[in-house]
Each structure stands twice: as structure tokens, then as C-alpha cells.
Design a protein around this ligand. Structure first.
Ligand code: DER
Length: 225
């Protein structure tokens, strides 16, 4: 489809940020898929890079396409992190977490010297919030944590997986998908959420993207750098 092609174009274009010897933060999701797949081709052609994966999914793709993986016990330097997003607003604030990997994605993104976001055009919004806001929380006391989020104006729904069991993140936590309506002040809301006892991390990535590469059906444009 056009959207798949747009994701492929954006994913592959992001390799322009990758040089020999780099450690790459590997994000998660179907746009990152195309980046990892293309990166594997460059590794086969001799490129020397290592990836730090943000999810089991990105580990699997790195293995499938031949991208060597490393971890923070071996290096604490991430030259560039490349990841997708669910929404990008006009100030390049993001909502992430649709794939449930937001905590590790954010640890990688805040560590990286450069954070590059790859999206298809459908992710561009004038205001964040049409997409639910994923918030990772500790399982203990989830009901009272959801109550504290409700006091901030977010209607929280416990994420379940396909067989209706409770979704468990790679970190052993739960995810609440929260409906705050439109989010005018993403940075402020993120900090309010982070203060709540029981909240691990929010899917708001305010002002973190160094570059946003947007795929359209026939081209890629760099919206911010
Ligand atoms: O879960 C995430 O944050 C992913 O990056 C996700 O938001 C991107 O999804 P997509 O590339 O499959 O659209």
C-alpha cells in the first residue's frame, strides 16, 4: 500500500545518519522494520555497526537481517537512535508506545547523541492526543494509579493482548492507554504523569526528536533538523 511504501522510504532514508563504527539505537514498529532490513544489507556489504534493540521485535529483526546487536553493559554510547512514532505534532513532540516498547525506546532515545524519528505522513498531527497516550505503570495498585491519572483528566484503559490477557511489557509492567483528549501542553502533562507514584514512563516524548523524516507515497521529506 501507499502507507507501506511511505514507511519503507522513510525507514531506508534514515540510514543517511549511519556511519561505520556506530552504535545504533534500534526502535520498534513497522517503520523501523524497513530501517533494520536495509541496515542488514549494508552490514552484509561490509558496514561495521552494532544495534541496541528496544524490544524483542527489534531483536528478532536484527537477527533475521544480520544486524549485530549489543547492549548497555558493553557500551553506554549510542551515536544515533532511529525510531517510529504514533503521532508527531508541529513542535516535533511525539506520542509513542503503540507497540508497547516505549520505556526501552525512551531510555535509548535520551541516551543517543541524535534521535531520528521516521514516520509516514499519517502520523503528522496539529495537536497530540487523537491517538491514545500509552503510559507504562507498575502492576501493583494499577487501579489506584489509574485513579491518579484520571485526576489529571486521562481515562485509562488497561491494554490487553489478542487473547484478552493483560499485556505485559518487556519490563514486566502493564500499559494503560489513556484518553486525555487533545494535549495542548505535552511537556507539562508528561511531567505530571512522571510524578505519579506507580507510573514508570509516559509515551509523551516532548521536544526530544532531533530530526523527523516523513515518508510520502513517492518521496521523503526531512521536517526538522
Ligand atoms: O510503539 C512505538 O512507539 C512505535 O515506534 C510505533 O509507534 C511506530 O509504529 P509504526 O512504525 O508501526 O507505525
Amino acid at each position: 500500500t501507499n502507507q507501506d511504501n511511505a514507511k519503507k522510504l522513510a525507514g531506508e532514508a534514515s540510514l543517511s545518519h549511519i556511519e561505520n563504527g556506530m552504535t545504533i539505537g534500534l526502535g520498534s514498529g513497522s517503520t523501523v522494520y524497513w530501517m533494520i532490513r536495509k541496515l542488514g544489507e549494508h552490514v552484509k556489504a561490509g558496514l561495521d555497526v552494532k544495534g541496541i534493540p528496544s524490544s524483542g521485535q527489534s531483536v528478532a529483526w536484527a537477527n533475521e537481517y544480520g544486524v549485530p546487536i549489543t547492549d548497555f553493559s558493553r557500551t553506554q554510547r549510542v551515536d544515533v537512535a532511529i525510531d517510529g512514532a504514533d503521532e508527531v505534532d508541529g513542535q516535533w513532540n511525539l506520542i509513542k508506545g503503540g507497540g508497547g516498547a516505549l520505556v526501552r525506546e525512551k531510555i535509548i532515545a535520551v541516551t543517543a547523541r541524535k534521535f531520528v524519528v521516521i514516520v509516514d505522513e499519517s502520523k503528522l498531527v496539529s495537536r497530540l492526543g487523537d491517538f491514545m497516550l500509552p503510559v507504562e505503570i507498575l502492576p501493583f495498585g494499577r487501579e489506584v494509579t489509574a485513579g491518579r491519572i484520571a485526576e489529571l483528566g486521562g481515562l485509562a484503559k488497561l491494554r490487553r493482548n489478542d487473547d484478552n490477557g493483560v499485556f505485559i511489557s518487556d519490563n514486566g509492567n502493564y500499559i494503560l492507554d489513556c484518553d486525555f483528549g487533545g494535549i495542548q501542553e505535552p511537556k507539562a502533562l508528561h511531567h505530571q504523569l512522571k510524578q505519579l507514584t506507580g507510573v514508570v514512563e509516559s509515551g509523551l516524548f516532548p521536544g526530544m526528536a532531533d530530526e523527523v523524516m516523513v515518508g510520502y507515497s513517492d518521496r521523503v521529506s526531512v521536517l526538522h533538523d
